[in-house]
Design a protein. Structure first.
Length: 95
């Protein structure tokens, strides 16, 4: 997030476009699977059901995976791996 001129926070472009990336990825996977089903069965009903089902499943999986990998700014980025003894200026006298 960045500071806006009015003093509030404004999300970065990457944060704004992230949901579009998830929907686009799910749509690509759904269309690919739908083509395979269409060429295999030649039935439009099964193809449309597959398209919707795969879209929803892939979208949910991408969203859940993105929630598990979000780093915590307080524990990452200082090169210590979360170990207080490896941090610069950390308490090293305890051991």
């Amino acid at each position: 997030m960045t500071n806006s001129p009015d003093g509030g926070y404004r999300p970065s472009r990457r944060d704004v476009l992230r949901p579009i990336e998830y929907v686009g990825g799910a749509a690509i996977a759904a269309v690919f699977t739908a083509f395979i089903v269409l060429f295999g069965t030649r039935d439009w009903t099964i193809t449309l059901i597959t398209l919707g089902g795969v879209f929803i499943i892939v979208l949910m999986v991408l969203a859940l995976l993105s929630m598990t990998v979000k780093p915590n700014a307080g524990e990452h980025g200082d090169g210590s791996g979360g170990d207080p003894e490896r941090r610069q200026g950390g308490d090293r006298s305890g051991h």
